[in-house]
Design a protein around this ligand. Sequence first.
Ligand SMILES: [Mg+2]
Length: 143
Amino acid sequence: MSAFLERRGFPLDEAKARAAATNVVLDDIRDERDAQDTKWGTDSTPPDGTGPTTCPLLDVVGEGIPAEDLARYMQEVVEQASAGGHVTMAQILLEEVFEAVAENDADALRAELVQVAAVATKWVERIDKRGTDPSLTNQEASA
Ligand SMILES: [Mg+2]
């Protein structure tokens, strides 16, 4: 978006360029919300299914690992990967997702879900930026 505007003579400082990039993603999120409402209906309200002892991976890996342990594990993974200079967006998003799943307080859950959305939004912005800057590439985690 920012490159599009700059090519057309609109000077953008970095903050405006970032805001424009975020707005592109937020528009896509609004469209996806509409699509979800169309698919599932606006009255579909499954339970949160969260809390520190919830085991979100039980049906996937067959082990009942509590969400609070998964959150703590991913916090350590992100901290160590960050200190080593090789943290990934996938690791950061999983940390935020498990932190959200571990919450059963509505205010804390809401705050964590906003963090999930912020990380996902930033990740989409990075993917969009790659499309306009060939020097940027996806570097998969080697681990
Ligand atoms: Mg968090």
